[in-house]
Write a new protein. Structure first.
Length: 140
């Protein structure tokens, strides 16, 4: 895949991600301002974000024509890894080191966005493999 095509994927992915994360980050700030614990707010909104972005990223960002089921399983596994990294970041940087949760969550969004783009490009929505020829005759 050319650098131009990858750039197009990244721009579309970033558009989906930016729109989703702005809304979800504002919801995170609103929830935590009303007393919802930071890790609970992140957990609920993370799940919402996974479901919300799958269709957009599959169809628009990566223009993946493969089956929904296997791609969705890989998508969920990728986001589960991202969730665990996000949770550990909050536990270590906020709970143990005392950094502001707003800053930690904001930085986590950016770092995870890059990691998840790479996982989606090369694993979740990887191009379908070319089927092998089952011809029994000699090949030219």
């Amino acid at each position: 895949m050319s650098a131009q095509a990858t750039l197009g994927q990244f721009v579309r992915y970033a558009t989906v991600g930016l729109a989703s994360n702005v809304v979800l980050y504002l919801a995170y700030l609103a929830l935590t301002a009303t007393g919802v614990e930071a890790k609970l707010a992140m957990s609920v909104l993370y799940l919402l974000g996974v479901v919300q972005t799958f269709v957009f990223n599959k169809r628009w960002s990566f223009r993946h024509g493969g089956m929904h089921g296997p791609a969705f399983v890989r998508y969920c596994l990728s986001y589960a890894a991202g969730y665990l990294l996000n949770l550990v970041a909050l536990m270590v940087l906020v709970d143990r080191m005392g950094h502001p949760h707003q800053l930690v969550q904001g930085v986590s969004i950016v770092v995870l966005a890059i990691l998840l783009f790479l996982l989606q490009k090369f694993w979740v929505f990887r191009p379908n493999s070319v089927p092998h020829s089952h011809s029994t005759g000699p090949q030219p």
